[in-house]
Write a protein that binds this ligand. Structure first.
Ligand code: ARG
Length: 457
């Protein structure tokens, strides 16, 4: 029997029942649904709508239902559509008539908005902790690589030397913004929707502020239509998850590239790689590749909910039930990435000799030669031109920049003297970039301290 049996004369078609049921996925909201119902029972008693005895029966009954759910003994029924009706029906079976008063002045429309906001609060804390674990692993690897030169790239062409720690710390700062995004979204969602009823507000004298305090919300929603039709909190969450996924996907892409024979900058631990079923020699960076791949799901989930919401007239529409699978999938997908990343990062073998050797190749200190000329008084545009000709000359003679004799360099500019040798080493190039946020080891050490404080905050 459906809760709406009174108006209906015919039973649901089984195909319609299967089609409309959400219990297969919204069951994960049970802890929040029960917490919300317990608080609602108390609010009903405070409003004089149920007696203290009825309230206690409901609370005890809901706690018994919670016990069944915890022990995996709860009888889920698809014909009861969703988690809300499943729990209410079970409560009625356990405590009888008082259960019939629980839904007084409440609708599944404000109930689901409540459950989702409570769930969001929990998963946000969990995912933010996971992001912090990734940051901590990166920080630890960065602390050991402040003095490891490597090539920095633009256009994926060797550009200027940097240190490995600088590259790793870039991701720590991206992930810091991600944590802020999750936190900001959760703060905006921190308003109680319960009391909105189906759409127009409950008709009973519910003290919503007291209810908000009971459930740990900072405040109450101000418009009942908005309260039941808003899914911004899901969209913002999915956007934060998509952006985090994008950042981790880029890190995964860096590592995948670095693990190629062509780069040879890292070796994945066997524990975080897989082999080939046919090629005995293969070692594939699957964890990194799948991270890159799963970022696509995170984007898809965001776009799915945005698209579902865009044409919906106010207030509640059943379309909104479609928010849950993308929402939950992003929680699970990002959670899985955040689980595997810290141990994977900690077990990476950095091939610092290869990085160091590559850092000085391909004229990576050509900008430093131009800067040297600027320090001797040449306008930068002229210095750029001069060094461009030097590079052309070196390429034509098959020489590295440092291998061009000083006398030959002087043919391009009389400003060049013997001290140029020292000015175009990788170490000098790094040391010069001591600006705040630059790659000079001393700057990176200061930045590392800043990053540590941000991660601890
Ligand atoms: N299962 C529904 C959802 O997820 C709960 C709200 C249903 N309300 C309704 N009037 N059908 O959105």
């Amino acid at each position: 029997m459906k809760p709406w049996g009174g108006r209906f004369t015919a039973a649901s078609d089984p195909s319609a029942e299967r089609f409309t049921a959400s219990i297969g996925f919204d069951r994960r909201l049970w802890p929040h649904d029960i917490a919300g119902s317990i608080a609602w029972a108390r609010a009903l008693a405070r409003a004089g709508l149920v007696t203290a005895g009825e309230r206690d029966a409901m609370v005890r009954g809901l706690e018994a239902v919670r016990g069944e759910l915890e022990r995996g003994e709860f009888p889920f029924r698809a014909e009861l559509e969703d988690i809300h009706m499943n729990i209410e029906r079970r409560l009625a079976e356990l405590i009888g008539p008082p259960a019939g008063k629980l839904h007084t002045g409440r609708s599944r429309n404000d109930q689901i908005a409540l459950d989702e906001r409570l769930y969001l609060r929990d998963v946000t804390v969990h995912l933010a902790d996971g992001i912090r674990e990734v940051q901590t692993a990166l920080l630890d690897r960065a602390a050991d690589s402040v003095d490891v030169p490597m090539p920095g790239y633009t256009h994926l062409q060797r550009a200027q030397p940097i240190v490995l720690a600088h590259h790793l710390l870039a991701y720590v700062f991206m992930l810091h913004r991600d944590r802020e995004r999750f936190r900001d979204g959760a703060a905006r969602a921190d308003m109680l929707p319960l009391g909105a009823g189906a759409l127009a507000g409950t008709a009973f004298p519910i003290d919503r502020e007291a209810l908000a305090r009971d459930l740990g919300f900072a405040g109450v929603t101000w418009n009942s239509l908005d309260a039941v039709s808003d899914r911004d909190y899901v969209v913002e969450f999915l956007a934060a998850a998509a952006i985090t996924g994008m950042h981790l996907s880029r890190l995964a892409a860096d590592l995948t590239l670095w693990a190629t024979a062509e780069f040879g900058f890292v070796e994945f631990s066997d524990a975080f790689a897989t082999g080939s079923s046919i090629m005995p020699q293969k070692k594939n960076p699957d964890v990194a590749e799948l991270t890159r791949g799963k970022s696509g799901r995170l984007y898809g989930n965001l776009v799915a909910v945005l698209t579902t919401m865009k044409g919906l007239p106010l207030a509640y529409n059943s379309d909104m039930q479609e928010d849950k699978e993308p929402f939950f999938d992003s929680v699970d997908t990002l959670g899985a990435i955040l689980d595997v990343f810290p141990p994977m990062l900690r077990s990476l073998g950095f091939r610092v000799d290869r990085m160091r050797a590559a850092a000085g190749e391909d004229f990576s200190t050509a900008t430093d030669l131009a800067d040297y000329l600027v320090r001797k008084g040449l306008p930068f545009r002229e210095a750029h031109e001069v060094v461009g000709r030097v590079v052309r000359h070196a390429i034509d003679h098959g020489l590295a920049l440092e291998a061009v004799p000083v006398d030959d360099l002087r043919r391009f500019s009389p400003l060049i003297e013997a001290d140029v040798r020292e000015a175009i080493t990788v170490e000098a190039s790094l040391r010069a970039r001591s600006v705040t946020g630059g790659t000079a080891p001393d700057s990176v050490r200061r930045t590392l301290d800043v990053a540590r404080r941000l991660v601890a905050s």
